[in-house]
Design a protein around this ligand. Structure first.
Ligand code: NAP
Ligand code: F7E
Length: 337
């Protein structure tokens, strides 16, 4: 069975991808960072004792800023597939930390690609590209839409996107960049707007909180369900020819609409609880992202299934459940979500 190497395995997407690949029989190596607190809550339900007979989830320490370590790991593991999901993934934070965001999200990819070229050039490489790269380009956006990034995060991702293409064209490597629109789940990080809203709804419903402070309610996004998007990543690496693909639902909603639906799901009036705090505004905003995933549907038979209302409801329900049972940020979700 194949061996995969996942960077960013402790993140939302990494945890779903690890589940998917393990269920297909892969041996999965996951890169984790040393941290003074546990950062493995999203994959704790997948943990295996190294002495297990079927020990297929193997966690290894490293960092995207440490090229020597990445090189040594690839030389040792010799993976068949590499999924580069590690990133400083928060757009607003990237305005405060542009240099380290570039180091991890842009140069980190070059470190990895160089090592792949040197030690395992036949490995198939997936780069986690982002719809943020389109920035201010008019919607709907597809693979041919010009990219006009509007944040240090998006600019770093665009560098990585072009590097991935360049390694494919210059060295004939199977390297692809998935241009993924926003995808969410009960495992979404708590400071991204969807999860920030659904966690607040649960806390307000329980009487533990009264107000939710947000930034731009007019921003519009194309929100899909994360487990379906990691399936798309896998399909990109199984195709006969390496190509870059957009993954999106094609449906667009505002932050306001997300909040309205989320509060209503819990029987609450959003207008009584939401206040605007300018600290959550971005120096340059991306107003509307709406993807056209026709190429992925045609070539990969991939199509987003979960619609906006279902997504909001399942995220609210998971956070209400977690709140009621006094569970931690990701404990309530386990294998189910
Ligand atoms: P996430 O939940 O924020 O996870 C990010 C992962 O990267 C975590 O495992 C994190 O480790 C790891 N990481 C951060 N800095 C690192 C470093 N210096 N070295 C090694 N690992 C590092 O993000 P996500 O939502 O799963 O997104 C996965 C990828 O897809 C990211 O590259 C993101 O930019 C991209 N993307 C996401 C979306 C989306 O809507 N979710 C859309 C388009 C593209 P810790 O747990 O230790 O922090
Ligand atoms: O913001 C607005 C904010 O932080 C969505 C990442 O996964 O998707 C994500 O980036 C919108 C923006 O995600 C708050 O201004 C309002 O317009 O949830 P977000 P994002 O910036 O779209 C892309 C595709 C990625 O690649 C990224 O890695 O919501 N907004 N009020 C707010 N956003 C946040 N975070 N917090 C607020 O209070």
């Amino acid at each position: 069975m194949p061996t995969a190497f996942i960077t960013g395995i402790t993140g939302q997407d990494g945890s779903y991808l690890a589940e998917l690949l393990l269920s297909k029989g892969y041996t999965v190596y996951g890169l984790i960072r040393r941290s003074s607190t546990f950062n493995t809550a999203r994959i704790s339900h997948l943990y295996q004792d190294p002495h297990d007979a079927d020990y297929r989830l193997r966690l290894v320490y490293g960092d995207m800023t440490d090229g020597a370590r990445l090189h040594a790991l690839l030389a040792e593991i010799k993976p068949d597939e590499i999924y580069n999901l590690a990133a400083q993934a928060h757009v607003k934070v990237s305005f405060e930390t542009p240099e380290s965001t570039g180091d991890i999200d842009a140069l980190g990819v070059t470190r990895l690609l160089e090592s792949v070229r040197e030690v395992c050039p036949k490995a198939r490489f997936y780069q986690a590209g982002s719809s943020e790269m389109f920035g201010s380009s008019p919607a709907p956006q597809n693979e041919d839409t010009p990219m006009l990034p509007r944040s240090p995060y998006a600019i770093a991702k665009l560098y990585a996107h072009h590097m991935t293409r360049n390694y494919r064209e210059a060295y004939g490597m199977y390297a692809v960049s998935g241009i993924l629109f926003n995808h969410e789940s009960p495992r979404r990080g708590a400071t991204f707007v969807t999860r920030k809203i659904t966690r607040a709804v649960a806390a307000i419903k329980a009487g533990a909180q009264d107000k939710l402070y947000l930034g731009n309610l007019d921003a519009r996004r194309d929100w899909g369900f994360a487990p379906e998007y990691v399936e798309g990543m896998w399909r990109m690496l199984q195709a006969a020819t390496p190509r870059d693909y957009v993954l999106a639902t094609g449906e667009v909603h505002s932050v306001r609409e997300f909040a309205q639906r989320a509060f209503a799901r819990a029987g609450l009036d959003w207008q009584k609880h939401i206040e605007i705090d300018p600290r959550y505004l971005r120096p340059t905003e991306v107003d509307v992202l709406q993807g056209d995933a026709a190429r992925a549907e045609h070539d990969l038979d991939w199509k987003a299934a979960t619609r906006f209302e279902q997504l909001v409801d399942l995220m609210v329900d998971a956070d209400l459940h977690a709140q009621q049972h006094g569970r931690g940020e990701f404990e309530a979700v386990g294998r189910h979500f």
